[in-house]
Design a protein around this ligand. Structure first.
Ligand SMILES: Cc1cc2nc3c(=O)[nH]c(=O)nc-3n(C[C@H](O)[C@H](O)[C@H](O)COP(=O)(O)OP(=O)(O)OC[C@H]3O[C@@H](n4cnc5c(N)ncnc54)[C@H](O)[C@@H]3O)c2cc1C
Length: 394
Protein backbone atom coordinates (compact mmCIF):
# COMPACT_ATOMS: atom_id res chain seq x y z
CA UNK A 1 0.00 0.00 0.00
CA UNK A 2 1.11 3.54 -0.72
CA UNK A 3 0.60 6.35 1.76
CA UNK A 4 -1.75 8.35 -0.50
CA UNK A 5 -4.48 7.64 -3.07
CA UNK A 6 -7.11 9.64 -4.91
CA UNK A 7 -9.85 7.50 -3.36
CA UNK A 8 -9.86 5.05 -0.45
CA UNK A 9 -12.93 2.76 -0.32
CA UNK A 10 -13.71 1.09 3.02
CA UNK A 11 -15.44 -2.31 2.73
CA UNK A 12 -15.45 -4.78 -0.17
CA UNK A 13 -19.16 -5.63 -0.21
CA UNK A 14 -21.18 -4.98 -3.40
CA UNK A 15 -21.27 -1.22 -2.70
CA UNK A 16 -17.55 -0.77 -2.03
CA UNK A 17 -16.29 -3.01 -4.82
CA UNK A 18 -18.60 -1.32 -7.34
CA UNK A 19 -17.43 2.13 -6.21
CA UNK A 20 -13.77 1.02 -6.49
CA UNK A 21 -14.33 -0.52 -9.90
CA UNK A 22 -15.94 2.55 -11.46
CA UNK A 23 -13.56 5.00 -9.76
CA UNK A 24 -10.59 3.03 -11.17
CA UNK A 25 -12.26 2.84 -14.58
CA UNK A 26 -12.60 6.63 -14.52
CA UNK A 27 -8.82 6.91 -14.11
CA UNK A 28 -8.56 7.43 -10.34
CA UNK A 29 -5.89 5.87 -8.13
CA UNK A 30 -8.01 3.68 -5.81
CA UNK A 31 -7.40 1.58 -2.70
CA UNK A 32 -10.15 -0.86 -1.58
CA UNK A 33 -9.81 -2.06 2.04
CA UNK A 34 -11.65 -5.06 3.52
CA UNK A 35 -11.35 -6.11 7.15
CA UNK A 36 -12.21 -9.77 6.61
CA UNK A 37 -9.58 -12.20 5.50
CA UNK A 38 -11.84 -13.54 2.77
CA UNK A 39 -13.98 -11.17 0.72
CA UNK A 40 -17.62 -12.34 0.63
CA UNK A 41 -17.47 -14.62 3.69
CA UNK A 42 -19.32 -15.16 5.93
CA UNK A 43 -22.50 -14.54 3.92
CA UNK A 44 -25.15 -12.48 5.71
CA UNK A 45 -27.81 -12.39 3.02
CA UNK A 46 -30.63 -14.34 1.36
CA UNK A 47 -28.78 -13.66 -1.91
CA UNK A 48 -31.79 -12.64 -4.05
CA UNK A 49 -31.49 -9.93 -6.72
CA UNK A 50 -33.43 -8.74 -9.80
CA UNK A 51 -31.83 -9.86 -13.05
CA UNK A 52 -32.43 -6.60 -14.90
CA UNK A 53 -30.83 -4.32 -12.33
CA UNK A 54 -27.84 -6.66 -11.94
CA UNK A 55 -27.24 -6.59 -15.70
CA UNK A 56 -26.53 -2.86 -15.44
CA UNK A 57 -23.28 -3.85 -13.74
CA UNK A 58 -22.35 -7.40 -14.71
CA UNK A 59 -23.65 -10.23 -16.92
CA UNK A 60 -24.96 -13.12 -14.80
CA UNK A 61 -22.45 -15.99 -14.72
CA UNK A 62 -23.27 -19.59 -13.73
CA UNK A 63 -20.13 -19.48 -11.54
CA UNK A 64 -21.98 -17.27 -9.05
CA UNK A 65 -25.66 -17.73 -9.95
CA UNK A 66 -27.10 -20.53 -7.83
CA UNK A 67 -30.63 -20.39 -9.26
CA UNK A 68 -32.65 -18.52 -11.88
CA UNK A 69 -36.09 -17.55 -10.53
CA UNK A 70 -39.15 -17.85 -12.80
CA UNK A 71 -42.04 -17.32 -10.38
CA UNK A 72 -43.02 -16.40 -6.82
CA UNK A 73 -45.48 -17.86 -4.37
CA UNK A 74 -46.97 -15.54 -1.78
CA UNK A 75 -48.43 -17.56 1.08
CA UNK A 76 -51.26 -16.25 3.25
CA UNK A 77 -51.60 -17.44 6.87
CA UNK A 78 -54.32 -19.94 5.80
CA UNK A 79 -51.70 -21.81 3.75
CA UNK A 80 -53.11 -20.81 0.34
CA UNK A 81 -50.77 -19.03 -2.01
CA UNK A 82 -50.90 -16.60 -4.91
CA UNK A 83 -48.59 -17.47 -7.74
CA UNK A 84 -46.87 -14.67 -9.67
CA UNK A 85 -45.15 -15.36 -12.96
CA UNK A 86 -41.74 -13.71 -13.31
CA UNK A 87 -39.80 -15.70 -15.90
CA UNK A 88 -36.07 -15.13 -15.49
CA UNK A 89 -36.66 -11.97 -13.46
CA UNK A 90 -34.78 -12.97 -10.32
CA UNK A 91 -31.54 -14.67 -9.39
CA UNK A 92 -30.27 -16.32 -6.23
CA UNK A 93 -26.57 -15.62 -6.00
CA UNK A 94 -23.63 -17.42 -4.42
CA UNK A 95 -22.53 -14.24 -2.69
CA UNK A 96 -19.26 -15.66 -1.51
CA UNK A 97 -18.20 -15.98 -5.15
CA UNK A 98 -20.15 -12.96 -6.42
CA UNK A 99 -18.64 -10.51 -3.90
CA UNK A 100 -15.16 -11.76 -4.68
CA UNK A 101 -15.80 -11.39 -8.42
CA UNK A 102 -16.84 -7.75 -7.90
CA UNK A 103 -13.60 -7.08 -5.99
CA UNK A 104 -11.62 -8.82 -8.74
CA UNK A 105 -13.33 -6.59 -11.31
CA UNK A 106 -12.22 -3.52 -9.31
CA UNK A 107 -8.65 -4.89 -9.33
CA UNK A 108 -8.83 -5.62 -13.07
CA UNK A 109 -9.77 -1.97 -13.64
CA UNK A 110 -6.67 -0.88 -11.70
CA UNK A 111 -7.78 -0.56 -8.05
CA UNK A 112 -5.48 -1.93 -5.32
CA UNK A 113 -7.42 -4.40 -3.16
CA UNK A 114 -6.35 -5.44 0.34
CA UNK A 115 -8.17 -7.89 2.61
CA UNK A 116 -7.44 -8.29 6.34
CA UNK A 117 -7.14 -4.50 6.40
CA UNK A 118 -9.39 -2.99 9.04
CA UNK A 119 -9.99 0.76 8.98
CA UNK A 120 -9.71 1.98 12.57
CA UNK A 121 -10.31 5.72 12.22
CA UNK A 122 -10.54 8.68 9.85
CA UNK A 123 -8.02 11.47 9.30
CA UNK A 124 -9.56 14.94 9.22
CA UNK A 125 -8.38 18.47 8.65
CA UNK A 126 -11.06 20.64 10.17
CA UNK A 127 -14.34 19.36 8.76
CA UNK A 128 -12.72 17.64 5.76
CA UNK A 129 -11.99 13.91 5.73
CA UNK A 130 -8.46 13.44 4.38
CA UNK A 131 -7.81 9.72 4.83
CA UNK A 132 -8.03 6.72 7.15
CA UNK A 133 -5.98 4.82 9.67
CA UNK A 134 -5.71 1.11 8.93
CA UNK A 135 -4.57 -2.01 10.66
CA UNK A 136 -3.43 -4.28 7.83
CA UNK A 137 -2.11 -7.71 8.74
CA UNK A 138 -1.19 -6.41 12.19
CA UNK A 139 0.57 -3.24 10.99
CA UNK A 140 -0.71 0.30 11.52
CA UNK A 141 -0.88 2.68 8.53
CA UNK A 142 -2.01 6.26 7.91
CA UNK A 143 -3.33 6.54 4.38
CA UNK A 144 -4.24 9.87 2.84
CA UNK A 145 -7.03 10.22 0.30
CA UNK A 146 -8.68 13.10 -1.50
CA UNK A 147 -11.97 11.25 -1.04
CA UNK A 148 -12.96 8.40 1.28
CA UNK A 149 -15.96 6.23 0.29
CA UNK A 150 -17.42 4.50 3.37
CA UNK A 151 -19.08 1.24 2.25
CA UNK A 152 -18.59 -0.56 5.56
CA UNK A 153 -22.03 -2.10 5.86
CA UNK A 154 -24.80 -2.05 8.42
CA UNK A 155 -22.44 -1.73 11.41
CA UNK A 156 -20.68 1.22 9.75
CA UNK A 157 -18.42 3.30 11.93
CA UNK A 158 -16.56 5.38 9.35
CA UNK A 159 -19.40 7.83 8.75
CA UNK A 160 -19.93 8.24 12.49
CA UNK A 161 -16.22 8.82 13.12
CA UNK A 162 -16.43 11.58 10.50
CA UNK A 163 -19.34 13.20 12.34
CA UNK A 164 -22.32 12.10 10.21
CA UNK A 165 -25.34 10.96 12.18
CA UNK A 166 -26.19 7.47 10.90
CA UNK A 167 -28.09 6.28 13.97
CA UNK A 168 -31.41 4.46 13.44
CA UNK A 169 -34.05 3.98 16.09
CA UNK A 170 -34.56 0.36 17.09
CA UNK A 171 -38.19 0.48 15.91
CA UNK A 172 -36.93 1.44 12.44
CA UNK A 173 -34.84 -1.69 12.01
CA UNK A 174 -35.92 -5.04 10.71
CA UNK A 175 -34.35 -7.93 12.60
CA UNK A 176 -33.66 -10.91 10.38
CA UNK A 177 -32.73 -14.52 11.08
CA UNK A 178 -31.93 -17.06 8.41
CA UNK A 179 -30.76 -20.62 7.96
CA UNK A 180 -29.11 -22.13 4.91
CA UNK A 181 -30.80 -25.51 4.91
CA UNK A 182 -30.17 -28.77 3.11
CA UNK A 183 -32.00 -32.07 2.99
CA UNK A 184 -35.32 -30.56 1.89
CA UNK A 185 -37.30 -31.25 -1.29
CA UNK A 186 -38.65 -28.12 -2.93
CA UNK A 187 -41.57 -28.62 -5.31
CA UNK A 188 -40.40 -25.80 -7.55
CA UNK A 189 -36.69 -24.98 -7.18
CA UNK A 190 -37.11 -22.03 -9.58
CA UNK A 191 -39.71 -20.24 -7.39
CA UNK A 192 -39.18 -17.88 -4.45
CA UNK A 193 -41.68 -18.32 -1.64
CA UNK A 194 -42.81 -15.44 0.56
CA UNK A 195 -45.01 -15.79 3.66
CA UNK A 196 -46.98 -12.72 4.76
CA UNK A 197 -49.07 -12.07 7.85
CA UNK A 198 -48.47 -11.91 11.59
CA UNK A 199 -48.81 -15.65 11.96
CA UNK A 200 -45.55 -16.08 10.06
CA UNK A 201 -43.47 -12.95 10.77
CA UNK A 202 -44.87 -10.09 12.87
CA UNK A 203 -44.11 -6.78 11.11
CA UNK A 204 -42.20 -8.46 8.30
CA UNK A 205 -42.24 -11.54 6.10
CA UNK A 206 -40.64 -14.95 5.79
CA UNK A 207 -38.88 -16.26 2.69
CA UNK A 208 -37.66 -19.42 1.04
CA UNK A 209 -35.02 -18.65 -1.60
CA UNK A 210 -33.97 -21.87 -3.35
CA UNK A 211 -30.36 -22.41 -4.31
CA UNK A 212 -30.89 -25.96 -5.60
CA UNK A 213 -33.69 -28.53 -5.40
CA UNK A 214 -32.62 -29.51 -1.87
CA UNK A 215 -30.79 -26.37 -0.67
CA UNK A 216 -32.34 -23.01 0.26
CA UNK A 217 -32.00 -19.85 2.31
CA UNK A 218 -34.98 -19.85 4.67
CA UNK A 219 -35.40 -16.83 6.88
CA UNK A 220 -37.59 -14.03 8.12
CA UNK A 221 -37.49 -10.44 9.21
CA UNK A 222 -39.62 -9.08 12.07
CA UNK A 223 -40.04 -5.77 13.85
CA UNK A 224 -37.98 -5.59 17.07
CA UNK A 225 -41.14 -4.27 18.75
CA UNK A 226 -42.42 -7.85 18.67
CA UNK A 227 -39.43 -8.96 20.75
CA UNK A 228 -39.92 -6.10 23.20
CA UNK A 229 -43.63 -6.97 23.57
CA UNK A 230 -43.40 -10.75 23.74
CA UNK A 231 -39.75 -11.63 24.46
CA UNK A 232 -39.73 -13.77 21.30
CA UNK A 233 -36.66 -13.11 19.09
CA UNK A 234 -36.42 -13.40 15.30
CA UNK A 235 -34.59 -16.69 15.79
CA UNK A 236 -37.43 -18.01 18.01
CA UNK A 237 -39.98 -17.07 15.32
CA UNK A 238 -37.81 -18.73 12.65
CA UNK A 239 -37.51 -21.91 14.72
CA UNK A 240 -41.28 -22.00 15.07
CA UNK A 241 -41.64 -21.52 11.29
CA UNK A 242 -39.09 -24.27 10.55
CA UNK A 243 -40.73 -26.74 12.94
CA UNK A 244 -44.05 -26.25 11.16
CA UNK A 245 -42.96 -26.03 7.51
CA UNK A 246 -39.56 -27.72 7.21
CA UNK A 247 -39.24 -30.01 10.24
CA UNK A 248 -36.71 -32.33 8.57
CA UNK A 249 -34.34 -29.67 7.24
CA UNK A 250 -30.66 -29.80 8.16
CA UNK A 251 -29.15 -26.46 9.08
CA UNK A 252 -25.88 -25.84 7.27
CA UNK A 253 -25.29 -22.26 8.42
CA UNK A 254 -27.15 -19.43 10.11
CA UNK A 255 -27.18 -15.66 10.22
CA UNK A 256 -28.87 -13.08 12.40
CA UNK A 257 -28.69 -9.41 11.47
CA UNK A 258 -30.38 -6.05 11.44
CA UNK A 259 -31.54 -4.22 8.31
CA UNK A 260 -32.18 -0.46 8.67
CA UNK A 261 -35.43 0.24 6.83
CA UNK A 262 -36.45 3.67 8.10
CA UNK A 263 -36.67 5.05 4.54
CA UNK A 264 -35.55 8.51 5.70
CA UNK A 265 -33.49 10.96 3.67
CA UNK A 266 -30.37 11.96 5.58
CA UNK A 267 -26.99 13.46 4.59
CA UNK A 268 -24.78 10.78 3.05
CA UNK A 269 -21.78 12.94 2.21
CA UNK A 270 -19.60 15.66 3.66
CA UNK A 271 -16.34 17.30 2.68
CA UNK A 272 -14.01 14.47 1.52
CA UNK A 273 -16.49 11.65 2.30
CA UNK A 274 -19.36 9.75 0.67
CA UNK A 275 -21.30 6.90 2.36
CA UNK A 276 -22.60 3.99 0.28
CA UNK A 277 -24.90 0.97 0.66
CA UNK A 278 -26.03 -0.38 4.04
CA UNK A 279 -23.74 2.15 5.75
CA UNK A 280 -26.01 4.84 4.25
CA UNK A 281 -29.22 2.84 4.94
CA UNK A 282 -29.92 2.38 1.26
CA UNK A 283 -31.67 -1.02 1.48
CA UNK A 284 -35.22 -1.05 0.08
CA UNK A 285 -37.59 -0.29 3.00
CA UNK A 286 -40.20 -2.70 1.63
CA UNK A 287 -38.13 -5.80 0.86
CA UNK A 288 -34.93 -5.16 2.84
CA UNK A 289 -32.97 -5.91 -0.37
CA UNK A 290 -29.78 -3.88 -0.49
CA UNK A 291 -27.35 -5.50 -2.95
CA UNK A 292 -28.53 -3.66 -6.06
CA UNK A 293 -29.00 -0.33 -4.27
CA UNK A 294 -25.47 -0.54 -2.85
CA UNK A 295 -24.12 -1.11 -6.37
CA UNK A 296 -26.12 1.79 -7.82
CA UNK A 297 -24.91 4.08 -5.03
CA UNK A 298 -21.31 2.85 -5.49
CA UNK A 299 -21.41 3.76 -9.16
CA UNK A 300 -22.86 7.21 -8.50
CA UNK A 301 -20.27 7.87 -5.76
CA UNK A 302 -17.44 6.91 -8.14
CA UNK A 303 -18.75 9.24 -10.85
CA UNK A 304 -19.16 12.12 -8.40
CA UNK A 305 -15.62 11.46 -7.04
CA UNK A 306 -14.13 11.57 -10.54
CA UNK A 307 -15.88 14.86 -11.30
CA UNK A 308 -14.85 16.40 -7.96
CA UNK A 309 -11.20 15.46 -8.44
CA UNK A 310 -11.24 16.75 -12.04
CA UNK A 311 -12.49 20.07 -10.70
CA UNK A 312 -10.12 19.98 -7.71
CA UNK A 313 -13.08 20.46 -5.38
CA UNK A 314 -13.96 17.84 -2.75
CA UNK A 315 -15.97 20.25 -0.62
CA UNK A 316 -19.27 19.29 1.02
CA UNK A 317 -21.07 21.34 -1.65
CA UNK A 318 -19.37 19.49 -4.54
CA UNK A 319 -20.04 16.04 -3.04
CA UNK A 320 -23.70 16.92 -2.34
CA UNK A 321 -24.23 15.93 -5.96
CA UNK A 322 -23.98 12.33 -4.72
CA UNK A 323 -26.92 12.87 -2.30
CA UNK A 324 -28.96 14.52 -5.05
CA UNK A 325 -28.32 11.86 -7.67
CA UNK A 326 -28.99 8.99 -5.22
CA UNK A 327 -32.26 10.61 -4.17
CA UNK A 328 -33.38 11.21 -7.75
CA UNK A 329 -32.51 7.74 -8.97
CA UNK A 330 -33.61 5.58 -6.01
CA UNK A 331 -34.01 7.32 -2.64
CA UNK A 332 -37.18 9.28 -3.45
CA UNK A 333 -39.12 6.02 -3.75
CA UNK A 334 -38.32 5.14 -0.11
CA UNK A 335 -41.01 7.35 1.45
CA UNK A 336 -43.97 5.82 -0.46
CA UNK A 337 -42.49 2.33 -0.07
CA UNK A 338 -42.20 2.83 3.68
CA UNK A 339 -45.78 4.13 3.82
CA UNK A 340 -47.04 1.02 2.03
CA UNK A 341 -45.16 -1.17 4.53
CA UNK A 342 -46.58 0.74 7.50
CA UNK A 343 -50.08 0.34 6.08
CA UNK A 344 -49.76 -3.34 5.16
CA UNK A 345 -48.22 -4.52 8.46
CA UNK A 346 -51.35 -3.29 10.22
CA UNK A 347 -53.59 -5.58 8.15
CA UNK A 348 -55.02 -8.53 10.04
CA UNK A 349 -54.18 -12.01 8.81
CA UNK A 350 -57.77 -12.33 7.51
CA UNK A 351 -56.98 -9.67 4.87
CA UNK A 352 -54.25 -11.85 3.35
CA UNK A 353 -56.43 -14.95 3.70
CA UNK A 354 -59.24 -13.29 1.73
CA UNK A 355 -56.83 -12.10 -0.96
CA UNK A 356 -55.40 -15.62 -1.28
CA UNK A 357 -58.95 -17.10 -1.38
CA UNK A 358 -59.79 -14.78 -4.29
CA UNK A 359 -56.59 -15.25 -6.25
CA UNK A 360 -55.00 -18.59 -5.50
CA UNK A 361 -56.38 -20.35 -8.56
CA UNK A 362 -55.86 -17.46 -11.01
CA UNK A 363 -53.18 -18.26 -13.57
CA UNK A 364 -50.59 -15.84 -14.95
CA UNK A 365 -50.84 -13.14 -12.31
CA UNK A 366 -48.15 -10.50 -11.95
CA UNK A 367 -47.33 -7.97 -9.24
CA UNK A 368 -49.38 -5.21 -10.88
CA UNK A 369 -52.52 -7.43 -10.76
CA UNK A 370 -51.98 -8.03 -7.04
CA UNK A 371 -51.48 -4.32 -6.36
CA UNK A 372 -54.69 -3.51 -8.29
CA UNK A 373 -56.67 -5.96 -6.18
CA UNK A 374 -55.03 -4.80 -2.93
CA UNK A 375 -55.89 -1.22 -3.89
CA UNK A 376 -59.56 -2.11 -4.24
CA UNK A 377 -59.46 -3.75 -0.82
CA UNK A 378 -57.50 -0.92 0.79
CA UNK A 379 -57.91 2.46 -1.01
CA UNK A 380 -55.52 4.09 1.50
CA UNK A 381 -52.68 2.57 -0.54
CA UNK A 382 -53.65 4.88 -3.42
CA UNK A 383 -51.33 7.78 -2.57
CA UNK A 384 -48.19 5.70 -2.05
CA UNK A 385 -48.80 3.48 -5.08
CA UNK A 386 -49.60 6.60 -7.14
CA UNK A 387 -46.21 8.05 -6.20
CA UNK A 388 -44.45 4.89 -7.35
CA UNK A 389 -46.40 4.86 -10.62
CA UNK A 390 -45.38 8.49 -11.19
CA UNK A 391 -41.74 7.46 -10.75
CA UNK A 392 -42.14 4.81 -13.45
CA UNK A 393 -42.08 1.83 -11.11
CA UNK A 394 -44.79 -0.11 -12.97
C1 LIG B 1 -30.60 -12.01 6.74
C2 LIG B 1 -30.40 -11.02 5.62
C3 LIG B 1 -30.89 -11.34 4.35
C4 LIG B 1 -30.71 -10.44 3.29
N1 LIG B 1 -31.17 -10.80 2.05
C5 LIG B 1 -30.99 -9.96 1.01
C6 LIG B 1 -31.41 -10.35 -0.31
O1 LIG B 1 -31.91 -11.46 -0.55
N2 LIG B 1 -31.21 -9.46 -1.32
C7 LIG B 1 -30.64 -8.25 -1.13
O2 LIG B 1 -30.52 -7.47 -2.09
N3 LIG B 1 -30.22 -7.87 0.10
C8 LIG B 1 -30.36 -8.70 1.17
N4 LIG B 1 -29.90 -8.34 2.40
C9 LIG B 1 -29.20 -7.04 2.54
C10 LIG B 1 -27.82 -7.13 1.87
O3 LIG B 1 -27.09 -8.21 2.42
C11 LIG B 1 -27.07 -5.82 2.09
O4 LIG B 1 -27.94 -4.75 1.79
C12 LIG B 1 -25.84 -5.71 1.18
O5 LIG B 1 -24.88 -6.67 1.51
C13 LIG B 1 -25.25 -4.29 1.33
O6 LIG B 1 -24.01 -4.20 0.66
P1 LIG B 1 -22.89 -3.22 1.20
O7 LIG B 1 -21.79 -3.28 0.21
O8 LIG B 1 -23.48 -1.91 1.54
O9 LIG B 1 -22.43 -3.82 2.61
P2 LIG B 1 -21.84 -5.24 2.99
O10 LIG B 1 -22.17 -6.27 1.99
O11 LIG B 1 -22.23 -5.47 4.41
O12 LIG B 1 -20.26 -4.99 2.94
C14 LIG B 1 -19.61 -4.19 3.88
C15 LIG B 1 -18.16 -4.66 3.96
O13 LIG B 1 -17.41 -3.74 4.75
C16 LIG B 1 -16.49 -4.47 5.53
N5 LIG B 1 -16.09 -3.62 6.66
C17 LIG B 1 -16.86 -3.22 7.71
N6 LIG B 1 -16.14 -2.44 8.54
C18 LIG B 1 -14.91 -2.33 7.99
C19 LIG B 1 -13.72 -1.66 8.40
N7 LIG B 1 -13.67 -0.94 9.52
N8 LIG B 1 -12.61 -1.75 7.62
C20 LIG B 1 -12.64 -2.49 6.47
N9 LIG B 1 -13.73 -3.17 6.05
C21 LIG B 1 -14.85 -3.08 6.80
C22 LIG B 1 -17.30 -5.71 5.94
O14 LIG B 1 -16.46 -6.76 6.36
C23 LIG B 1 -18.05 -6.02 4.64
O15 LIG B 1 -17.34 -6.90 3.81
C24 LIG B 1 -30.05 -9.20 3.50
C25 LIG B 1 -29.56 -8.89 4.77
C26 LIG B 1 -29.72 -9.79 5.82
C27 LIG B 1 -29.17 -9.44 7.17
Amino acid sequence: MKSAYDVVVVGAGPGGSTAARFAAELGLDVLLLEKRQEIGAPVRCAEGIGTQVLRRFIEPDPKWVAQVINSCRIYAPNGKYIRLEAPGEGLILERKIFDRRLAELAAEKGATVRCKARVTGVLQEGETVTGVTVNAMGQEHRIHAQIVIAADGVESQVARWAGLNTMVKLAEMDVAAQYLVSGIRLEEPDACWFYVGRAYAPGGYAWVFPKRENLANIGLGITPLHTIKTGETALDVLNRFMAKHFPDASIVSMVVGGIPIDGKTRPISKSGLMVVGDAAHQADPMTGGGIANAMIAGQIAAQVAAKALRNGDVSAEALKEYDRRWHKEVGRAFKPLKQIVEEVIEYPDEFFNELADQLHDRPRLNLVDVFKIALRASPRLMWSLGQLVAMGWF
